[in-house]
Structures are given as C-alpha cells and as structure tokens.
Design a protein around this ligand. Structure first.
Ligand code: SF4
Length: 435
C-alpha cells in the first residue's frame, strides 16, 4: 500500500549532530527543492511538516535529539504542525524502541532510507541529482562527504552501527559535486568522512585520497580544500606531496588519535601503538611545511588508569597540537567497550577533559602569539556586532580559532578573502586589520 502523503505546504528541516548530518540534510533539501516542495533549514516558521535529522552518537547528543523530537511532538499535539518525520542516526539506531514512546511522530526513517522519506512527502528521489544540494551552513564554504560508514573496530564507537560499512563516493561524482558547489558560490570545501584515509579501498581496491585531492585541487574557483577525519593507522603518506604542491589545499589536517597510551589504544582497538602514532605525526609535520594539526582525544575509556592519563597529558604538552578537542567516554550499548567495565567516574572523566583543555589553552595562546605581526589570508565568515569574523587556512569552521577584524577598518564582504596583519593574540582568537 503506497504511503505517499500529499505534498506539504512547507518543510522545516532541523539538523542535529555532525557535519556529515549537515550534508545529508543538504541533500534532502536539494531533492525537496527539485520536487517543488518549499523547504527551509532551521527556519521552521510556517512549516506544516517538520523533518528532524537526528544524532545518536553519545549520551548528550542522543538527549538533545530526543528533546528536539519531544518539542515538535508537542507542537503537533497543539496543532502548530501537521506532520512530524524523524531520520538520521538516532532513528537508525532506536526507531523500534522510540516509535511506541512518541506516537506523534508520523514516520521514522533510518540513514539509508532517503527515497522512502521523500516519497512520504510526495517527492520522487532523483539519483541524477547526486552532487546537487542546497548549502545550509554558508554560501562560501561547504562540507563534502567523500564516503559513508566505517570498517574500523574502535571499541567505543557506535557510528558503524548507524552508518554501516565504509562506502566511498566515486571521484567523478565528488569532482562534479565540487563544481556544482563552486557554481553556487562555494570557495572552501571541507572533506569529511568517518575515516577519510580509507577512501577508495572499497571501490578502487586501493587508497585513492591523494588522487582525489589532486583532482579536486584542479576544480577552478576552489580556493581552500580542507581534510578532516584522517585515521593515523596505515596513514596514506602519498597525500603529503599533494598537500605541499597544491596552494589551494590548506596546510591543515584533522587527525583524531583519541589516546596515546599503548594500554588504552589497545583497549580502544585503534590498531596503532604510541610509537607508531608519534612516527606518523612526526613525518606529517616534517613533510608538510607549517602544517596545522587538529586532533580529538577521548578520556575516561575503560582501561584508562591514572598513569595512562598522565602519559596523555605529557604527550599533549610535548606535541603541541595547533587545534585540539576532547570528549569524555560514553558507555554506548552495542559497542565492544560496552562489554567492559565503565570504571572511571563521570566527574573524573570531566576533570581529565578539563585538564587536557587547560594544557591546550596555554599551547594555543603560545602558538597564536607567534602569529602576531605576521600577514595572514583570512576568509570572512560573518559579521558579529562591530566585527567581521573570519578564519585563516589553519582554522576549520565552527571548531577552530577565529580572526576578529573591527568593521571600522573598512568595508569587507562575507565570503571574501582579505589579507590581514595580526595585531593581537588570544588563546583561541586573533585580532587583525586588513592590509
Ligand atoms: S574510525 Fe573509529 S571512531 Fe571513527 S567512525 Fe570509525 S569506528 Fe568510529
């Protein structure tokens, strides 16, 4: 029996979670637009149908998704909206448990059910629209998901449960997607995946990240290409000469290492040792001049004892990452780590995360002070009060440092690059003037 409903007057799309979810929402928007359905991202005013693209990664994210669903369930109860649809990782993982609990939700879709979701709102899924999507973050930068899913066995991670096995997108499709985005005004492209360094193994039988970077760097109008989510084990060093030789590939690499103690790396099933991790990082730093390294750490994992944490603090102090984020371990059912004892109390987990960020606070300030009196090319992202806010090539949107330029220094356009002189440094921001 066909489940197709009538076309909504307007769809409001609410996206939670990571940049990969942002891309999925942009794809939904592109399909709806092509299907002549009015749709807006985040602005749900006047929408009779709400689609929530949820996150199911860790406790806090799951709670935020459930709270958002309950909010719109209430909106539906009082008649402010007609239809409520839920998709994304939380739905993929828990729809059977949640649907009886929240009957106001008309339909729950998993992460691989886009055609069914579109059919629900009266739109036919169009494969030929691959690469066509409606940017939701900014006009001048966008994220591109180079693959879906992950084959890695990291013990703490529920993502493979929600996103399945690693599937790379063909180079041709990604190049076309980049050209479409540049046509629509994009100058900076963030390459994202669960594990970007695994790119190509499934469809080409070998790692093809270097070739992909090379091909994308030839896309006219693409001024910055930024690589995220590199995995340290079996790192494809052939991307380094490409990063060095191509001026439009940012001297920036996001490489989550999660931990450094051999004991914890083993418990996390990361497939790499402390020594090998340091060798990989040292080689990247020595082969790409002036590269900014971002990493992500996880504290409080089962098996992390005080001496392991001391080792991690020592490593962070010694390695001086340019950018660093830290998460506290979340005991996720269905993951391998869920079979281990979650022995680190939550307040200790938080204390450890705070300790790491204290160290990083000083490192980041010291590195920013080295940029004072230098000239930096800055991409203007937005205007905030009396300031233009932008970023250098060493900073990714939403997660890294920003450059603050007073609007009294003359007219600048959002989306433009401007050469600046760095006047002052703060732990996570720079103060600059146009030159
Ligand atoms: S690489 Fe590990 S942490 Fe990252 S998505 Fe895959 S399983 Fe999860």
């Amino acid at each position: 029996m066909k489940t197709r409903d009538h076309k909504p007057k307007k769809v409001g799309l609410v996206t939670l979670g990571c940049s990969k979810n942002t891309v999925d929402s942009e794809v939904i928007m592109g399909q709806l637009k092509n299907g002549n359905v009015e749709a807006e991202h985040e602005n749900v005013d006047g929408a009779d149908t709400i689609i929530i693209n949820t996150c199911g990664f860790i406790d806090n994210a799951k709670q935020e998704s459930i709270d958002t669903i309950l909010h719109y369930a209430e909106e539906k109860k009082v008649g402010n909206i007609e239809s409520l649809i839920v998709t994304g990782c939380l739905s993929q993982r828990y729809k059977d448990d949640l649907s009886p609990e929240i009957p106001e939700v008309d339909k729950w879709y998993g992460t691989f059910e886009l055609p069914q979701l579109l059919d629900k709102v009266g739109v036919d899924y169009k494969k030929e629209l691959v690469g066509e999507r409606q940017s939701s973050v900014a006009k001048h930068y966008a994220y591109t998901k180079i693959s879906e899913g992950c084959d890695r066995p990291c013990s703490f991670c529920a993502i493979p449960l929600m996103r399945g096995k690693h599937v790379s997108k063909p180079i041709e499709d990604l190049v076309q997607e980049a050209k479409n985005l540049v046509r629509d005004g994009v100058k900076e492209l963030m390459l994202i995946a669960q594990d970007s360094t695994f790119y190509g193994i499934d469809i080409y039988g070998e790692r093809k990240l270097a070739e992909l970077l090379d091909r994308l760097s030839d896309v006219e109008g693409l001024e910055w290409i930024r690589l995220h989510y590199a995995y340290p084990s079996k790192f494809p060093f052939d991307i380094l000469p490409i990063m060095n030789s191509k001026p439009n590939i940012c001297k920036y690499l996001d490489i989550p290492i999660q931990h450094i103690s051999d004991n914890v790396l083993k418990s996390m099933r990361r497939g790499i040792t402390k020594r090998r991790t340091e060798e990989v990082l040292d080689r990247i730093k020595s082969e790409v001049n002036n590269i900014a390294l971002r990493t992500t750490l996880l504290v409080g994992h089962p098996g992390e004892y005080e001496q392991d944490f001391e080792e991690l603090k020592d490593f962070v102090t010694r390695y001086e990452f340019n950018r660093l984020g830290v998460f506290t371990y979340s005991h996720e059912e269905g993951t391998h780590a869920y079979t281990l004892e979650d022995h680190v109390p939550q307040e200790i987990k938080q204390e450890r995360a705070d300790d790491i960020m204290d160290i990083q606070h000083h490192i980041s300030l010291a590195k920013n002070l080295q940029l004072v009196n230098t000239t930096q090319k800055v991409l203007i992202d937005r205007i905030e009060g009396d300031n233009y806010i932008g970023r250098t090539q060493f900073d990714s949107p939403e997660v890294d440092n920003e450059v603050i330029i007073g609007i009294d220094h003359g007219y600048l356009r959002v989306g433009d690059f401007v050469n600046t002189k760095i006047l002052e440094a703060e732990p996570f921001d720079l103060i600059a003037v146009p030159v």
